[in-house]
Design a protein around this ligand. Structure first.
Ligand SMILES: [Zn+2]
Length: 193
């Protein structure tokens, strides 16, 4: 367990770096929301009766259309309830973050003068946290980074332990007496548990 400790501490350090990067990317992506950064990829979807892409202030009638725009670390969903004559309710959801959205902002439009739809509700949220993205995105960075950096050390240590168990020099693999230095490379025998 003492051997594993530096690897665990290193992983926690990578998680912290991942958490900082997660917020940096999410805040960077607000440039798409503000329109100050051009969308790099755009796809559009138009479906029947999709779910609203975020919470509604009060229960709303189902949406009838949904458009989606994507860019790196940004997804914009525009949903509406469209009747034969007009669009009565609409929601604009901005999801920020990568690979999962970690921050979001929702904007609402509804018949403001109809008391049924909550005339006093705010017509937009501030930036809100999306907890799965806040908590999981750091792992998406830390796990591959840890494997990339720690794997060579783990493999080297495993090889050295295996050589020492077989009575070979841990450094070069040459057979050595039970105690003393390696006659081949001069390394002092390293004790492995
Ligand atoms: Zn040696």
């Amino acid at each position: 367990m003492r051997r594993a400790r530096p690897y665990i501490v290193f992983f926690i350090l990578l998680l912290l770096i991942g958490a900082v990067a997660n917020f940096a990317i999410s805040i960077w992506a607000t440039g798409f929301m503000a329109g100050s950064r051009a969308w790099t990829t755009v796809t559009s979807r138009f479906t029947n009766a999709p779910a609203w892409p975020g919470p509604t202030p009060v229960p709303w009638p189902p949406a009838t259309t949904l458009d989606e725009t994507r860019a790196f670390a940004y997804r914009h969903l525009d949903a509406r309830t469209v009747t034969a004559t007009q669009s009565t309710h609409s929601m604009s959801a901005h999801e920020l973050g990568w690979p999962l959205p970690a921050l979001a902002k929702y904007q609402y439009w509804w018949p403001w003068d109809d008391p049924q739809w909550g005339p006093s509700s705010a017509n937009e949220t501030g930036i809100v946290f999306l907890w799965p993205g806040v908590l999981l995105n750091p792992f998406a960075f830390a796990i591959p980074a840890w494997i990339l950096i720690a794997a060579p050390f783990l493999a080297r240590n495993a090889l050295r332990r295996s050589r020492a168990r077989r009575g070979l020099c841990a450094r070069c693999g040459y057979p050595i007496p039970a105690s003393g230095a390696c006659p081949e490379c001069g390394a002092v025998a390293v004790k492995f548990v």
